[in-house]
Design a protein around this ligand. Structure first.
Ligand code: SF4
Ligand code: SF4
Length: 56
């Protein structure tokens, strides 16, 4: 299980600064999570102003 970022992302970058394992990077039009690195801590979801990170 890992988190993923939906199209709601506005590329503010707040989540990337909070991720303890640096799994989040800027992608094409939105930020993206490396599922192999994500430890599903939920910090990104708690930080995101638009609720874009969701657990899948
Ligand atoms: Fe990083 Fe945690 Fe979000 Fe996974 S759930 S991308 S480890 S902040
Ligand atoms: Fe996108 Fe939310 Fe991350 Fe900002 S905090 S870059 S809106 S997923």
């Amino acid at each position: 299980m890992a988190f993923k970022i939906t199209d709601e992302c506005s590329s503010c970058g707040a989540c990337a600064a909070e991720c303890p394992v640096n799994a989040i990077s800027e992608g094409d039009g939105k930020y993206v999570i490396d599922a192999d690195t994500c430890i599903s801590c939920g910090a990104c979801a708690g930080t995101c102003p638009v609720g874009a990170p969701v657990e899948e």
